[in-house]
Write a protein that binds this ligand. Structure first.
Ligand code: AMP
Ligand code: MG
Length: 524
């Protein structure tokens, strides 16, 4: 097993001089050196071969003991020095002070085929940032991170990746419902991979402490390593950097809306500086189209991080990043001007994305209203988002909009109770499809070409919440076949995969209110 190790973050940025692994506030540093906990009985559950190859490893490498030792934290590689990053964050709208990698340990950076990858173990033990927690992760949440990050990648959504999922062999105590019923669960470790794991919160913590020197170092480092076209060290460079982060964040959020992904905990410590989806916790996928939905039970009251609010939270989080970068720029106006572009850019990208979901190539002023009306109709009765858009291609410019509901037959599967599509609901759909079919008639593309294009943006297979739970239930019993099977399905989310049709179905009723399916806490 040979990796081209090329550490920069820990080499170029200030390290915490204290080497002892005690919980503390860490000042004037970007990270602290730590050693992963030795797992009691490590066992590899699943390795992602494509990811291994990105790092310059082979499929055979992933089957070796040294690979397991590496991705479980059992053995530290030569010439590496693992570390935990220092960051802060705004949690649910409030400044929370120092957070940091409480259970993530960075192993190294690797460069392969001119691409830089940081490798990080999640659940490998305590760090100075663990606060009152244990630094560990349980199997269920690790499966959710492992599978979902790969599913998102194959959907074309910017995301961190997962190289592997292993059992640690240690037991971890968790109170899933926060109701005083703690129980032991299997401990697990995900080795996740990204260009870097730098978050908005890495900048915020330094600004909050008025440590402008380290703030400047971190910002210049990030620009030089990851945005080499931007000139670090100057006011305009910092503004260009902020503009780029804003644009990348919007791109990510529009993808989330496209596939129906709800992150669940969009705190600023969970916002990647690269615009990658990061920290898969109590996330969920829309089943019935409902902008008010969040899977996170901790957010039940205000639903701050609901599907329909993700764009506005993105802007709020960018405002916090702007505040953090302000000391380097010392002028509020240009930062405000960049923030003021957010809604316009978002709306434009969102509209373009929705047009592509509807198979529209031309741009008409009336399209925004068509899309608004569609979103209203999808909420009239419970309608599965994924199935609706996937089957929408079956409606063409020449489809007759009948007086009864028969014109909706091709979309029947999307409705939870098709018989409720009557009276006002039916009228609303008739009106909408009349406008839509007329709109399709203006397009130049053939129906066949249109469907092909629509199927590239409307996935057939997403990681429905209950699918992840089925994988977890089987894995708890030591059966990992379903995990492998579902991983394979999710690698080709836009393909028909007739043999996997059973995953192209509405959530079964048993999963409607089940913990782990529709309700998730932050306990992980
Ligand atoms: P999260 O809500 O998962 O994004 O985590 C927020 C903060 O809590 C981060 O600093 C995490 O590293 C930390 N954290 C979460 N779970 C644990 C844990 N089991 N042990 C130590 N730190 C944790
Ligand atoms: Mg986090």
């Amino acid at each position: 097993m040979k990796l081209n190790i090329a550490d920069t973050f820990r080499v170029k940025l200030p390290a915490d001089p204290i080497m002892e692994n005690s919980r503390r506030q860490v000042f004037k540093s970007c990270f602290s050196y730590v050693t992963p906990k030795k797992p009691k009985a490590p066992k590899l559950i699943h390795a992602v071969n494509e990811m291994a190859m990105n790092l310059g490893l082979t499929e055979t490498d992933t089957q070796t003991k040294s690979f397991l030792d590496f991705v479980s934290g059992n053995q530290i590689q030569a010439n590496t020095q693992p570390y935990a990053m220092c960051y802060g964050g705004h949690q649910f709208g409030h400044w929370a002070g120092q957070l940091g990698d409480g259970r993530a340990i960075n192993l190294m950076e690797v460069v392969h085929n001119n691409r830089r990858w940081a490798l990080q173990l999640k659940g490998a033990g305590e760090t100075p940032y663990s606060r009152s927690a244990d630094g560990l992760a349980v199997l269920r949440s690790s499966i959710r991170e492992h599978l979902c990050s790969e599913a998102m990648f194959h959907l074309g959504v910017p995301t961190t990746r997962s190289l592997s999922l292993s059992l640690s062999g240690d037991e971890v105590l968790r109170d899933v419902l926060y109701d005083g019923n703690a129980a032991h669960e299997k401990g697990a470790i995900v080795c996740r991979v990204a260009p870097s794991f730098i978050r908005f919160g890495n900048f915020e913590i330094l600004a909050s402490r008025q440590d402008h020197e380290t703030l400047r170092k971190l910002t210049d480092y990030t620009i030089n390593e990851y945005y080499p076209h931007i000139k670090a060290g100057s006011k305009t460079g910092y503004l260009d950097f902020f503009t780029t982060v804003l644009q990348n964040t919007i791109t990510m959020l529009v993808h989330w809306q496209r596939v129906g992904f709800v992150h669940g905990v969009m705190n600023t410590d969970n916002m990647s500086i690269h615009g990658l989806t990061i920290d898969y916790g109590p996330y969920g996928w829309l089943e019935g189209y409902d902008p008010g939905w969040t899977p996170n039970t901790t957010d039940r009251q205000f639903k701050r991080y609901r599907y329909g609010n993700q764009a506005q939270i993105g802007l709020w989080n960018l405002l916090q990043l702007a505040n953090a970068l302000f000391p380097l720029i010392a002028e509020a106006k240009p930062l405000e001007a960049i923030l003021a572009t957010y809604n316009g850019i978002y709306e434009e990208k969102y509209l373009a994305m929705m047009r592509s979901k509807l198979g529209l190539q031309k741009t008409l002023d009336t399209d925004a209203r068509l899309i608004d009306n569609l979103e209203e109709n999808l909420r009239l009765t419970e309608t599965d988002m994924t199935i609706f858009f996937r089957n929408l291609g079956k409606i063409t410019a020449t489809t007759t909009i009948t007086d009864d509901a028969s014109f909706l037959k091709p979309l029947e599967e999307a409705f939870y109770a098709f018989e409720t599509v009557k009276e006002d609901v039916l009228t609303a759909w008739k009106n909408w499809f009349t406008t839509y079919t007329e709109r399709l008639a203006i397009e130049d593309q053939s129906s066949k070409e249109r469907v092909l294009q629509m199927h590239k943006v409307n996935p057939k297979y997403v990681l429905r919440n209950y699918m992840a739970q089925l994988v977890i239930d089987a894995a708890d019993e030591g059966d990992y076949q379903l995990l492998q099977d579902i991983h394979e399905v999710l690698k080709k989310p836009y393909d028909e995969q007739i043999e996997n049709e059973k995953w192209f179905a509405k959530r079964p009723e048993w999963a409607r209110h089940k913990v782990g399916c529709s309700m998730l806490s932050c306990s992980s």
